[in-house]
Design a protein around this ligand. Sequence first.
Ligand code: NAG
Length: 176
Amino acid sequence: MRVLVVCLLAVLGCSVAEGAIVPKCELKQKLTDKFRVQAKKEGVEFDDTVVAKIVCHVEYASGFNTSAVNELTVAKEHNNRRKREDSGVFGLAKYEDTETVWTLYGLFQLSNHLICNDGTTETHNICDMDCDKLIDDNIEDDLDCVLTLFKIFVIKLIFQDDCIYVIPSEYFKECV
Ligand SMILES: *[C@@H]1O[C@H](CO)[C@@H](O)[C@H](O)[C@H]1NC(C)=O
């Protein structure tokens, strides 16, 4: 029996290393905890629509996969706008004005030009972290990064069209 348990854990460990799928309700809970603490610090009301929008963004952007990596061609001007919006990155793509390829990392699909440092790309590195940290199985630092983004840029940066009007009580109805 003990051998079996050890094997099961080994298998789990393995699959986690290759990209874990974070359960939607777990992500909701973790984000809620962080944003609640933050709201309290700022003396503002906690707003659960923010959490719903972020989780919705994650669903579309990475499918809740912690090791999702995607490339995004950011074109000059606004032709490609639609694509960029679909791809999330919290809308930060609009600050770029030459054609360039971005790599988007992890659950939240954060950019190597703005949010993290991949070691070769010139970056604002807003979250002051290696991009690799955004695709490992530890999502705590990813969550802290998102909180940082929200502290700086507030909510308007969620551009995923399908998430704009998300209603928390409906979107999270399976979560208790
Ligand atoms: C998560 O994404 C990684 C990298 O793209 C991929 O190799 C892995 O199969 C994905 N995991 C699941 C469960 O879809």
